[in-house]
Write a protein of this length. Sequence first.
Length: 258
Amino acid sequence: MTFSAQTWDTTQYAAHGRYVAAYGAAAVDLLAPQPGERILDAGCGDGVLTAQLAATGAILRGVDVSPAMLAGARARGIEADEASLTALPYDSEFDAVFSNAALHWIPADAQPAALACIYRALRPGGRFVAEMGGFANIAAIRAALSVVLAPHGLDAEALAASFYPTADHYRTLLEAAGFTVNQIEIIPRPTPLPDGPDGMTKWLETFRNGVLDLIPNPAARKQAVADTVALLKPILQDTQTQNWTADYIRLRFHATRT
């Protein structure tokens, strides 16, 4: 299995990626958490959205592969385990599994293992509600980064190892894992970035830092970021305000363990 080169800096993420949790509200509404039910937040990150779910009265547990992110979640009082979604230690323990902006970090070849683990973690009849990157997500950003990193001998797509499927493709994977798919859809969601004129620079440094850090020379790394930003300016930056809008496309679904 191939795994992403991405690494997480909790300070960077809190400063420049907090909108990710805010945009999880629609998935939370689809989950409709109930007091007393046990819910696993798969890929809980630093626990901001997990804490919001717990405030409904549901009993939350988080799981994430990043020790840095888990430290942030535990600092918020979240009970959280360190484990990959492809090797979860749970068996029929949860009424629901929830995931926001995490599943697309699992490469295509590891998706069946992750879905099998999530299926096993649920009780019979339990629901799996998630939102992730969908087909053509951040396509312009990925194309620009690929062009800039190729002369450095780096394959940006292979190193990011992200997975952005169509609704039909992911329905097939869910059904192969044993789920009944109740709802699944692709949702275009152009997303304003924080940080004004520096929005794309901060995005790259937050969400592609693991790939960029493979450029050993700091000056060359800085130039690679600048070159990527320059390519994207005509496409994703408002010429009047200098603000950036990322070309996000999401995949949201509700499935049931049968």
